[in-house]
Design a binder for this molecule. Structure first.
Ligand SMILES: *[C@@H]1O[C@H](CO)[C@@H](O)[C@H](O)[C@H]1NC(C)=O
Ligand SMILES: *[C@@H]1O[C@H](CO)[C@@H](O)[C@H](O)[C@H]1NC(C)=O
Ligand SMILES: *[C@@H]1O[C@H](CO)[C@@H](O)[C@H](O)[C@H]1NC(C)=O
Length: 405
C-alpha cells in the first residue's frame, strides 16, 4: 500500500506536467537532470554559470549547504567588487532548486545573476544537500527535533551572517518563497538580522494561515493536531515516504479532498506551468522536513495565530518559554521603514489572499515608499517559482524594487 500511494503521488504530479503541456515524455530517464550531482552541477554549470559550494554550521550543529553564483552567464561583471548579494530562501518541502526550476531566461536564480547580482542560494536543515550535523544523523530522532522557530533562530542567522562576512559586510537583499517568507517576517518582527539586510521580497507570503483553502493542507492540519503524539513519534515528515503515505491514507478518505488532483488541492490551480519545469521539480522535490515543523504549521492553520511552537503542556511551555503559552510573533513590530516587496496570487491555496490581506493590515503603518505589493489574480503557489511568465509579471518588478535600495 505504501508503495502504491507513493507511486500514485508521482503519477499525479506527472499528470500535472501532462496538463501543463502535452509534450511530456514519460520515457525520459529520471536522472536526466542529474539530481545526484548537487545543485551547482545539475542546475547551474550545465548552463555555463560559475557556481561555488559553501557550507555554514548553525549554532545547534546543522551543516547547511549554500550555492553561490557570483557572475552572470556570460561572466558579466566578473571580479566586480561592488556586486550586491542576494540571498534566496526556499519554502517547506522544497530546497534551493526552487529558484532554478525553469530555463535561465525564466527562473529567478539565473535572472538575478544575469542582472549583475551576487546570488546566494540557501538550503534549510533536513533537505537533501543540508542533511549533515556535527554529531547527529537523520536516522536519530533528535535530528528532527525542530520547527520553523529553529529555522528563524539558527538557520537564517547562520546563513545571513555567513553571506555578509563573505561579501565583506555588504547588506543583503533577501528573497523568500512560502515558508521562506515567514522565516524573514518572524526574524524582522523580533528586530533580528535587520542590520545585515537591505530589503526583503516575499513571494507567496506565509504568516497567518487560518484562511488557507488548500483542502489537503487543512485536512492534514486536522490529522496532525488530532493525534499529535502519534505523528511526532515519526520524527521525520516525508511526503514520498512512510509518513507521507500514512497521511495521504487518512486525508484522502475525507470528504471534499480530491487526491486525484493532489498538486491542485495542495497549492491551488497554477496557471502557467511548463512541463519541463515540472519535470525538474519532480526530479528533485519534494524534500523531507521535521514532523514538528508540520505540526507547528498545523497549529497556525487551526488557531489563526503566529506564535512559537506550542508543546500543549504547561510544564513544557514553562520550560521552553517561561510562560504557559508560547510567545506570539507580532508582525506589527516590523520596522516601518524596512523595504518590503510582497507578491501574492488569487488562486494560491496555501498563501491565501485573505491571509495575506490580514498580514497587510498588520503592516498598515509601513511607510508607503517602502512597501510594494503586487497581486496576481491568476497565480497559485507554484506559479511564483515556475510560471513561464513569472519574469514579466513578478521578477522584473521585483528587480526594479531591489534596484531602489
Ligand atoms: C518549456 O520549456 C522548454 C525548455 O526550457 C522550452 O523549450 C519550451 O519552449 C517551453 N514551453 C513553453 C510553452 O514555454
Ligand atoms: C562572521 O564574522 C564575525 C566577525 O568576524 C564572526 O564572529 C562570525 O562567527 C562570522 N560568522 C559566520 C557565520 O561566518
Ligand atoms: C503588536 O505590536 C503593536 C505595535 O508595536 C502593538 O500596538 C500591539 O498591541 C501588539 N499586539 C500584541 C497582540 O501584542
Amino acid at each position: 500500500m505504501a508503495y502504491s500511494l507513493t507511486f500514485m503521488f508521482r503519477l499525479i504530479l506527472l499528470s500535472l506536467g501532462l496538463t501543463a503541456n502535452n509534450s511530456l515524455n514519460l520515457k525520459e530517464d529520471q536522472t536526466s537532470t542529474g539530481h545526484g550531482d548537487g545543485i551547482c552541477k545539475s542546475r547551474l554549470e550545465i548552463y555555463g554559470y560559475e557556481c561555488q559550494e559553501h557550507h555554514v554550521t548553525t549554532e545547534d550543529g546543522y551543516i547547511l549547504s549554500i550555492q553561490r553564483v557570483p557572475n552572470g552567464r556570460s561572466g558579466t561583471g566578473k571580479d566586480a567588487t561592488t556586486k550586491v548579494p542576494v540571498l534566496l530562501q526556499h519554502g517547506v518541502l522544497m530546497d534551493g532548486i526552487t529558484w532554478l526550476l525553469s530555463s535561465p531566461d525564466k527562473s529567478l536564480g539565473y535572472i538575478l545573476a544575469d542582472s549583475g547580482y551576487d546570488v546566494w542560494i540557501a538550503n534549510s536543515r533536513g533537505t537533501k544537500y543540508s542533511l549533515r550535523h556535527m554529531f547527529l544523523s537523520p536516522s536519530n530522532s533528535a535530528y528532527w527535533e525542530w520547527s520553523w522557530d529553529q529555522l528563524v533562530a539558527y538557520d537564517l542567522p547562520a546563513v545571513v551572517e555567513y553571506v555578509y562576512n563573505q561579501t565583506r559586510n555588504q547588506k543583503i537583499h533577501y528573497i523568500g518563497h512560502s515558508l521562506g517568507t515567514l522565516m524573514a517576517l518572524a526574524s524582522f518582527c523580533e528586530h533580528r538580522l535587520l542590520d545585515m539586510i537591505r530589503s526583503a521580497a516575499l513571494l507567496c507570503p506565509i504568516a497567518f494561515l487560518d484562511q488557507i483553502t488548500s483542502s489537503i493542507a487543512r485536512a492534514s492540519a486536522n490529522a496532525f493536531v488530532g493525534e499529535v503524539s502519534y505523528w511526532l513519534g515519526l520524527h521525520e515528515f516525508n511526503i514520498i515516504g512512510r509518513s507521507g503515505d500514512e497521511l495521504l491514507l487518512q486525508v484522502c478518505n475525507q470528504p471534499g479532498v480530491n487526491c486525484y488532483d493532489l498538486i491542485t488541492s495542495f497549492t491551488g490551480r497554477n496557471c502557467c506551468l511548463n512541463s519541463s519545469s515540472v519535470r525538474v521539480f519532480l526530479d528533485h522535490e519534494p524534500q523531507p522536513t521535521a514532523m514538528k515543523n508540520m505540526i507547528h504549521m498545523a497549529q497556525m492553520i487551526r488557531r489563526g495565530t503566529i506564535a512559537k511552537y506550542d508543546y500543549d503542556s504547561y510544564e513544557e511551555n514553562m520550560k521552553h518559554y517561561g510562560q504557559a503559552h508560547p510567545p506570539a510573533y507580532n508582525m506589527s513590530n516590523i520596522p516601518n521603514n524596512f523595504p518590503l516587496f510582497l507578491s501574492y496570487g488569487g488562486r494560491d491555496a496555501l498563501s491565501d489572499s485573505n491571509d495575506v490581506r490580514h498580514l497587510l493590515k498588520m503592516l498598515k503603518c509601513h511607510h508607503k515608499t517602502k512597501l510594494k505589493v503586487r497581486f496576481l489574480q491568476n497565480y497559485a503557489h507554484g506559479d511564483f517559482v515556475m510560471a513561464v511568465n513569472a519574469k514579466q509579471l513578478v521578477y522584473d518588478p521585483l528587480i526594479s524594487f531591489l534596484n531602489l535600495f
